[in-house]
Design a protein around this ligand. Structure first.
Ligand code: NDP
Length: 247
C-alpha cells in the first residue's frame, strides 16, 4: 500500500488510534497533520517521529468542537502543503452514564465532540478536496453506533449520527470524486478503554467471535486502505473492525 504524495489530516492524533494512524500513514509516505485537545507533548512526539520517516508533519492544538478552528486548520494545511487529500475524523470522547442519571452537559459534550466535529471538518475539507478533484474522508464511528449500549446513549447517538452524516456526504460529493466512509471499531486497547472493569472486559471478550480485543494498528490498517487508491470504488460504506462483535 502506498500513500506517497497524499496530504492527510487526522483529528485526535496525539494518542490512541489516531496516533497509530498518523505513524502508519507516515510509514506509507503520506504527509500528516494531526490535531489534539490538550496533549501538546504527546502530539509533538508523534510529529517528530513522523518527520524522522522523511515526510512533512505538523500538529495543531484545535478543539474539534470549534467550527471556525476546523476551517483555519484545513486552510493552513492546504496553503502550506498545496492540497488536502485525506481527512480522518478520529477525535472522540466518552462520558458514560445511564439515561436516568445523564446530565445535559454529558449529553452535549459527547454529541458536540463526536458528531458536530465531523460536520465542522467535513464541511471545511469539501472546498480544498473539490479543488484537488477528489479526496477520501474517513469518519471513525463505533460498533456501539450500530448496536446501542446501555450506559452509552450519548456516545451511541453520536456514532450512529456519523453513519447517516457520512452517507449523505458521500452522496452529495461523489460527483466531485470525494469518497466518505465510516470505520466502526469494536473494543480496541487504548486509554479510552483502559478503565473498564474486569467484568465488562470479560463480557466484551465473550461477545467477540475472535475472542480478543483489537489493537489500534488493526484500525490504522483499515484507515490506510480507505485513504489509499486501493479503495477507489468504495464510498458510503461502514467497515466494522470489531473481531466480529456486531455481525
Ligand atoms: P483516546 O482517548 O485514546 O484518544 C482520543 C484522541 O482524541 C486524543 O488524541 C485526544 O486529544 C483527541 N480529542 C479528544 N477530544 C478532542 C477535542 N475536543 N478536540 C480535538 N481532539 C480531541 O481515544 P481512542 O484512540 O480510543 O479513540 C479514537 C476514536 O476511536 C474515537 O472517535 C473513539 O470514539 C473511537 N472508538 C474507539 C474505540 C476503542 O475501543 N478505543 C472503539 C470504538 C470507537 P488529547 O490527547 O489532547 O486529549
Amino acid at each position: 500500500m502506498d500513500l506517497k504524495g497524499k496530504n492527510c489530516l487526522i483529528t485526535g492524533g496525539s494518542r490512541g488510534i489516531g496516533r497509530f494512524m498518523a505513524l502508519h500513514f507516515a510509514d506509507l509516505g503520506a504527509n500528516v497533520a494531526i490535531t489534539y485537545a490538550s496533549s501538546s507533548k504527546a502530539a509533538e512526539e508523534v510529529v517528530e517521529s513522523m518527520k524522522s520517516k522523511g515526510v512533512h508533519a505538523k500538529a495543531y492544538q484545535a478543539d474539534a468542537v470549534k467550527f471556525e478552528k476546523a476551517d483555519e486548520v484545513i486552510q493552513s494545511i492546504a496553503s502550506e502543503w498545496g492540497s488536502l487529500n485525506v481527512l480522518v475524523n478520529n477525535a472522540g470522547i466518552t462520558r458514560d452514564n445511564l439515561i436516568l442519571r445523564m446530565s445535559e452537559d454529558q449529553w452535549d459534550e459527547v454529541i458536540n465532540t463526536n458528531l458536530k466535529s465531523i460536520f465542522n471538518y467535513c464541511k471545511a475539507a469539501a472546498k480544498p478536496m473539490m479543488r484537488a478533484k477528489g479526496g477520501s474522508i474517513i469518519n471513525v464511528g463505533s460498533v456501539v453506533g450500530l448496536t446501542g449500549n446501555a450506559g452509552q446513549s450519548n456516545y451511541a447517538a453520536s456514532k450512529a449520527g456519523i453513519v447517516g452524516f457520512t452517507k449523505s456526504y458521500a452522496k452529495e460529493l461523489a460527483s466531485r470524486g470525494i469518497r466518505a466512509n465510516v470505520i466502526a471499531p469494536g473494543y480496541i486497547l487504548t486509554e479510552m478503554t483502559e478503565n473498564l472493569s474486569e467484568k465488562v472486559l470479560e463480557s466484551i471478550k465473550s461477545e467477540t467471535p475472535l475472542g480478543r480485543p483489537g489493537e489500534p494498528e488493526e484500525v490504522a490498517n483499515t484507515a490506510a486502505f480507505l485513504a489509499s487508491d486501493l479503495s477507489s470504488y468504495i464510498t458510503g460504506e461502514v467497515i466494522r473492525v470489531d473481531g466480529g462483535m456486531a455481525m
